[in-house]
Design a protein around this ligand. Structure first.
Ligand code: 9WN
Length: 406
């Protein structure tokens, strides 16, 4: 057995709680939404039944309005282990925010590893309700794009794309950051950003998790993942013998793709759009590369040129930098402001394959495996040196390494 395979499998074993997997035993001791999707994609190679359990546990916490919460709290974890914990959210056992909808893709992948009609039939209506929530409750701009109401919802918390909309938010004070007990301050978001995250989350909570507040943004990463998820849902519908439903999912994907093209594309790249001002934010971040996931993306050649050009240097650096390498505020070690993350690398690799860029996809895949193995499955890495940062034994880094090796 490959040594890396065994070590990655051991990480998932250690992080397994019995019905779900924690991203990290120290820094993130609960179940996170998009982490679980990526983890299931790796776990299916070890145990399809555990992968199914991972996703079923997450969807057991789906809200009545269809949203899949971004954190499902583990009742056995001490409340002081993570902030903001269940007391903050006042939503029983979950947060009230969401994360990118990678789940349909994960459900399909788990089914492909070991076909299970009951699993598909159980999750299909839940996935539909989740996408329906995004399409209706989250269409703040009225353009057919899902808006996020908090940087945590992008999964890319302190991305430079959020600097402008976040500047409007007055930071909260009087809370204790638990993350700094486990992570180096220089690798984590700043105190000011954290204060703004807490303010936005409290305002949203106090509105009953309904109102659009100061931060309302259309993110190309989130929406590309949504369009790809609709394509996955179409494949699931075909498996379930529902061809008419499959056609509606493909149409939904096409609508999101068209809206992204019209509202977010500019000069060779996809940018986030601030719904409050109507302006596109100017940062080139890795989220703008994720529309490569869409196989019929008309602007793929121009986007690939940006990906391989000086801003991201795909194939010539480690992974996919989270921020523009040429930007003055690129920071190689700080979270989503420069470092490369395995999940983004894995998604971009899929996109490269879908656009026929097989050599570049293979090079990226090999680098992701080598870097993950060398850094003890680090949460993120310096794209220039490959040095690990953040947590080690990180769930999706281990899981996606397994998927790349399988
Ligand atoms: C807030 C769990 C999560 C990931 C996110 C990553 C980080 C949380 C945090 O960890 O966010 O949700 O406490 O910083 O940014 O992508 O899902 O691994």
């Amino acid at each position: 057995m490959d040594v890396t395979w065994g070590r990655a499998a051991a990480v998932l074993e250690d992080n397994w709680l019995g019905s779900s997997t924690v991203p990290s035993r120290s820094l993130y001791p609960h179940q996170w939404s998009w982490d679980s999707a990526f983890i299931a994609i790796g776990l299916r190679h070890l145990s399809p039944s555990r992968a199914r359990r991972e996703l079923l546990t997450l969807f057991s916490a789906q809200w009545r309005d269809g949203r899949v919460p971004h954190i499902l709290f583990n009742p056995d974890t001490p409340p002081e282990a993570y902030f903001p914990g269940p007391d903050f959210w006042r939503a029983r056992r979950t947060s009230g925010l969401i994360q990118p909808p990678v789940h349909a893709r994960a459900v399909l992948a788990v089914h492909e590893a070991e076909p299970d009609h009951t699993f598909l039939a159980t999750l299909y209506p839940k996935l539909r309700a989740w996408h329906e929530y995004l399409r209706t409750h989250r269409d703040a701009g009225g353009r057919g794009l899902a808006a996020i109401v908090h940087p945590w919802e992008s999964g890319m918390d302190n991305s430079p794309a959020w600097d402008e909309p976040l500047a409007r938010v007055t930071p909260s004070a009087g809370f204790v950051r638990r993350d700094l007990q486990h992570g180096a301050a220089a690798d984590r978001p700043s105190d000011d950003d954290y204060g703004r995250y807490v303010r936005l989350a409290a305002d949203y909570r106090d509105s009953g998790y309904q109102d659009f507040g100061d931060f309302v943004v259309e993110d190309p990463g989130f929406n590309a993942i949504l369009a790809d998820a609709e394509l996955a849902l179409a494949e699931i519908a075909v498996e379930l013998g529902l061809p008419a439903a499959a056609a509606t999912h493909r149409e939904a994907a096409a609508r999101v793709e068209k809206a992204m093209q019209e509202a977010l594309w500019d000069n060779g790249f996809f940018f986030a759009r601030d719904v409050r001002t109507g302006e596109r934010t100017r940062a080139h971040t890795c989220a703008g590369l994720l529309p490569l996931l869409l196989p019929d993306l008309a602007v793929a050649p121009a986007l690939l040129a940006t990906a391989t050009g000086p801003r991201f240097r795909l194939g010539r650096v480690h992974g996919v930098p989270s921020h523009d390498l040429t930007a003055a505020d690129f920071d190689a070690g700080r979270y989503w402001r420069g470092p490369s993350w395995a999940n983004v690398g894995w998604l971009v690799r899929q996109g490269l394959q879908r656009h026929g860029e097989h050599a570049l996809a293979a090079r990226l895949g090999d680098d992701l495996v080598e870097t993950a193995s060398r850094t003890e499955f680090a949460e993120y890495v310096d794209p220039l040196t490959g040095a690990g940062h953040g947590a080690r034994s990180f769930g999706w880094t281990a899981a996606l390494t397994l998927d790349l090796l399988a």
